[in-house]
Design a protein around this ligand. Sequence first.
Ligand code: CA
Length: 534
Amino acid sequence: MKSLLCCLGREKRKWREIEAEVERLDQSPTWDAPDNALMMQAFEWHVPDDQKHWQRLQSVLPSLRQIGVDRMWIPPGCKAMSPSGNGYDIYDLYDLGEFDQKGCRATKWGTKEELLELTRAAQKIGIGVIWDAVLNHKAAADYTEMFPAVKVDPKDRNVEISSPQEIEAWVGYDFPGRGEKYSSMKYHWHHFSGIDYNAVDNQNAIYKVVAPNKGWATDVSKENGNYDYLMFADLDYSNPEVRQDVMKWGEWIGKELPLSGMRLDAVKHYSFSFQKQFVDHMRRTHGPNWFVVAEFWRGAPGELLDYLQKMDHKVALFDAPLVYRFSNFSRTEGADLRKIFDDTLVKYKPQHAVTFVANHDTQPGQSLEAPIASYFKPLAYALILLRSEGYPCIFYGDLYGIKEGVKNPLAPSCGGKLPHLALARKLYAYGMQRDYFDKRSCIGFVRYGNLRHPSGLACVLSNGSASKKRMFVGRKHAGERWTDILEWNGETVMIDDRGYGVFPVSARSVSVWVDAAAEGRDMFGDFYSDIYKH
Ligand code: CA
C-alpha cells in the first residue's frame, strides 16, 4: 500500500512537472515558427500512360499547397525503355521527353516542355520538386556487344557458377535520337559490371563482366552475398567515365529544371562512396539545402543505420521498417499499439526518417507489396502526420485512389479524409508532445502548439473496441469544447478547469480533437474537396 501511494505521489509530481513545462513553453518566443513540412509522392504505379501526368500534377498544385504539401517527389522523368515505362527502366539520363527515342518523344508523363512548366509552377507556389534519380542501371541498349563474363549464383553473387565465356549482351548505347547534345558519352560493355541475358544461347542468368580491375562493387548491400546487381545493365561506378558522366548529369539537371533535391533510387545496389561524392557534389553545385532522400529497402533498421553512418548522415532515408510495422499491425488482431514504433528508423533517427504508409512498390500487386488494412490507414497516417518525429510523405495512390491496372480499384484511402489529416498537420501539429501509450489497444498523444500555432490537438487511436482517454491539453484550454476534425466521433469534449479532457475514440478508428473554435476549423469543409476533382 505504501509503495502504491509512493508511486502515485511520484506520478503526481511528474504530471505537475509536465503541466509546468507546457505552460512555460506556451510563453516561449516561437512566433515565427515555420509551418510543418510535408512531402508527397506524386504518382502511383498505374497512373495512365497518356503523357498527361505533368499536366495533371500542375493542375492540382494549388490544392496540394492548401493542405500543406511543400515538397513533391515526381516520377523518374528520364527516357524509359518504352513509351509506357515508369522510368525505373531508364534508357537515357539526358532525355527528359525531348528526343524521339524508344518509340516516343515524350516520356510516359509528358514532354520536357510540360515538365519545365510543372516545375516552374511548383516553385512559384512554394512546392519544391524532388527528382527521382535512377542511377544503378540502364535499360534498352541500342545494340549488343561481345565481352567476357561469368555466371554467378543468384543467391550468393560472390560465387561464380561457370567459367569465363564470351557473351553477347545489350550494353551498347549511342543515343541516336539525341546524338551529342548535353553529353557526348556513349556507353559500352566496360561501363557495366553485370547483365542478365546472353543473346548467344538465349539464356537468362546473372552475368558478371570479367576484365582486369572489374567486379562487383564492394560497398553495397551484403544481401545475396553482394547486391550490386539489381536489374538491366548494371553501371560500374569504379569506371571514371561513368562517374564523370553521372556527376555531370547531376549538375545539368539541377540547372535545366528548378529542382529542390533528389530521391536516390535503389541505393543499396551501387557504390556508397560514389553516392557520398555525388551528394557532396550536388550540394556544392546547387546549394547546401539540396535535399536528398535515399531508398534503401530493408524491413529492419540495422542496415539503414549502417548506411546513414557510411553517408555521414548527409541524407534522409525512407522508413521501410515502419511500413512493415503498419502492415503487420493492421493485420494482427490485438497487436500492441504501444509498440508501433519499435524497431523503426524514425525511433532511432527521427531527423533522418522520411515516414510513409505506402508507395509505388508497396501498393497492391507490386514487388514489395505491404498491404495495410483499410481501417488502419488513417491510424498510420495520423501517426506519421501529427507527431513531431519524422518527415512524412503522403502517397498519390492513397490521396486519389488507384483506378487502373488493378483487379479491384481503390477509392481514396482514409475514407477520403487524408486531406483532413494533412491539413491538421499544417494547422495544429506543433510544439511539445506528450504520449499516452498506456493501453495495448488504445493509445493517444497531445500536441501543445506553439505561439504561432497555439491550438494544439489531442489524438486517440484504437485498434480494438471503442475507448476513452483522459489527457492533459493545457490549462489555457479550460472551458473549451473540442470536437473531432475527422467527424468519426460525434461527441463534444469539455476541457475542465485543470486543462484535462476525456477524449473518446470509436472502435478500430482514430479521432483528432481540436477546439471547435480554433483558427482554421472552417477549412475542413468542402473547401478542399477540389482535390478530388482532377
Ligand atoms: Ca549496381
